[in-house]
Design a protein around this ligand. Structure first.
Ligand code: NAG
Length: 256
């Protein structure tokens, strides 16, 4: 899986988030708040990988926050935060899957549904049986609210866990953190490692997914970029410019 290199994508913690376990990565130039994955974490729901909740990022006088992107369309966003809300996220909010319903999805625009929508063992599971959601853990098929009327996989509906997911966090130095999560079910298994490191004015994020099962799988993954700047949403008078030339970039499957 290709590493993501992010230059200062910023986020914010809602007012109540101070109670959730977190740590701060510091390079001396940039400080990044990372919410730690776990049962009592900022996010413990069933859509996004738990190791992708980044809080505020500060660089000198500048603050990059994430809750503001949403308040324009949802003024109540961030109040009464519920960690078990599938959509109750911060920062990079990374999901294995393509953000739509169904157990399979296309790996790129205009393609056939040839990859997994971040789930393993979904097709063969009966209602009430476990399946894996990568980055989340072992869930129960048919347990979500939206599942009451059909057997489809619903990516943003809350599922019951078949067992609590285990995350191992190591924070060997003030600039680095590793968050590791593994799960297995019969022929299916994965090990996921999220590595975050700050150096200079950069936050580098590496996501590594290993197949620990005996059956091959293909999945897609994406990450949000909930950016705001000094408590303002991006929009006039602010202008966002990419440091890279993206004029010839095409999404996979959408090449010209
Ligand atoms: C999620 O967090 C809430 C509030 O801290 C807690 O009551 C609940 O048991 C947690 N759920 C899981 C699946 O860990």
């Amino acid at each position: 899986m290709a590493p993501h290199v992010l230059i200062l994508s910023g986020t914010v913690a809602a007012a109540a988030s101070a109670v959730y376990p977190k740590t701060i990565l510091s390079s001396g130039q940039v400080d990044v708040t990372v919410y730690l994955p776990g049962k009592l974490g900022y996010y413990n729901s069933t859509r996004f990988d738990w190791g992708s909740m980044i809080g505020e990022i500060t660089l000198g006088e500048a603050e990059f926050f994430s809750d503001l992107w949403r308040t324009a369309t949802d003024p109540n966003w961030g109040k009464d935060h519920d960690p078990s809300n599938p959509e109750g996220v911060l920062g990079l909010a990374s999901e294995f899957g393509c953000g739509s319903d169904g157990p399979d999805c296309p790996a790129g625009w205009g393609r056939q549904a040839e990859a997994s929508n971040g789930v393993l063992g979904y097709h063969e599971a009966g209602m009430g049986d476990p399946f894996l959601k990568i980055g989340v853990g072992k869930l129960i098929k048919g347990s979500c609210d939206a599942c009451k009327t059909d057997t489809n996989y619903h990516f943003n509906s809350r599922y019951d866990f078949a067992e609590p997911p285990v995350w191992t966090v190591s924070h060997p130095s003030s600039d680095t953190i590793d968050m590791i999560h593994e799960a297995s079910l019969g022929v299916w298994g994965y090990r996921f490692q999220r590595h975050l490191q700050v150096h200079g004015d950069m936050l580098v994020m590496r996501s590594e997914l290993t197949n620990t099962g005996s059956k091959a799988f293909k999945t897609v993954q994406y990450t949000h970029n909930f950016l705001a700047f000094n408590r303002q949403q991006i929009g006039p008078p602010l202008k966002l410019q990419s440091g890279q030339d993206l004029s010839s970039y095409s999404e996979p499957g959408n090449e010209q």
